[in-house]
Design a protein around this ligand. Structure first.
Ligand code: HEC
Ligand code: HEC
Length: 289
């Protein structure tokens, strides 16, 4: 789920909880005429349903996300999960009292305030952390001045520390990419996993990934280029039609260049294939067909 959708949901969740508690305070704390009471009770109930529905939705999402982790989870995540799970029995108790055990009605306000407090801490802790670190997430690439800090061992360390959380390493080592290609992918991953993968780590990871593919091909530049072409073909050219459509065609380099350019237009996305990758792919296509 998008962080923005998440934040919006969390905001609606908190506001509906806050208003529900405020309504109860108003009802219990001040004498009211009958018509007002009915409107207040109805609003409180609707907000309660909304609150519970959003909570269940976020809980299910959280469980799914945690289930996909292959790594040890961070302290922040543990606190997040603990708070979320503590809300479950409190909310169940509140619903049970409202539905069946009317004798305990006088405790509902305290229970409601407790649920709201847990929720507020849960949301603020998570949102606060995200907003504090969000500004760190910017596009990072290797520049000439980075020569001195780049180190394969550090890069390898970060690949194995950061990149196995959501998918198998195989996904990484099966791909061959240009430096630009790896920069785009690693930056996208950092965006998805914000704020865990830092700019320093991104540089080291890109450097390691570029170097390891050269080592695996014994420093043969043309073999690396071929693998990059193969990766691009599988990734970019199977989105709208099967690979056969491509392998069936036999074209010269100039013709391939025109075809690939047309496919980029078909895609309608200027980020789809950068000029360096386009060249590598065209070369691969004209060599293998
Ligand atoms: C927070 C989860 C997460 C982390 C951490 C993560 N990835 Fe990914 N990765 C994804 C998802 C989701 C996809 C599929 C969607 C996509 O391609 O954007 C993916 C796809 C990929 C792909 C295939 C698509 C492509 O562009 O080639 C590669 C390669 C990849 N990841 C490499 C990495 C590397 C390298 C790291 C470590 C820097 C990493 N991933 C860390 C979630 C993650
Ligand atoms: C956005 C969708 C899309 C993507 C991505 C795409 N294609 Fe196509 N492709 C099409 C469509 C639509 C046609 C048929 C119309 C045409 O030829 O433009 C086609 C037709 C083709 C043909 C047969 C026509 C010809 O000129 O020989 C080839 C070959 C081809 N594509 C190769 C590729 C290659 C290589 C890539 C990867 C760079 C790619 N396609 C990616 C949509 C796409």
């Amino acid at each position: 789920m998008q962080p923005d959708v998440n934040s919006l949901l969390a905001l609606v969740y908190l506001i509906s909880g806050a208003i529900a508690v405020a309504i109860m305070l108003e009802l219990k704390g001040k004498p009211k005429d009958r018509i007002n009471v009915r409107a207040f009770v109805l609003t409180h109930r609707l907000l309660g349903y909304l609150f519970a529905a959003i909570f269940i939705f976020m809980l299910v999402n959280m469980v799914k996300k945690v289930g996909a982790y292959q790594d040890e989870v961070s302290t922040k995540t543990v606190i997040h999960i603990a708070l979320a799970i503590s809300i479950v029995p409190l909310l169940s108790l509140k619903i049970a009292i409202v539905r069946k055990y009317r004798a305990f009605t006088s405790h509902l306000l305290i229970l409601g305030a407790g649920i709201f407090t847990f929720s507020a801490v849960l949301v603020m802790l998570t949102a606060g952390y995200y907003y504090l670190h969000r500004s760190d997430v910017r596009y990072t690439s290797i520049t000439a001045v980075d020569e001195s800090i780049l180190d394969d061992d550090i890069g390898r360390h970060f690949v194995f520390k950061r990149c196995g959380k959501c998918h198998a390493y195989e996904r990484i080592f099966r791909s061959f990419k240009s430096e630009k290609g790896w920069s785009q992918t690693v930056n996208r991953m950092a965006q998805i996993d914000a704020p865990n993968i830092r700019p320093f780590e991104i540089k080291q990871i890109i450097n390691f990934l570029v170097n390891q593919q050269e080592r695996r091909k014994n420093d043969q530049a043309d073999q690396v280029a071929e693998e990059i072409g193969k990766t691009l073909l599988k990734q970019k050219c199977t989105l709208c039609h099967d690979l056969e459509r491509v392998t069936r065609a036999s074209k010269t380099e100039t013709e391939w260049s025109a075809t690939v350019e047309r496919m980029i237009t078909n895609m309608g996305d200027p980020e789809f294939l950068n000029p360096i990758d386009k060249k590598a792919l065209v070369k691969y296509l004209s060599k293998t067909e």
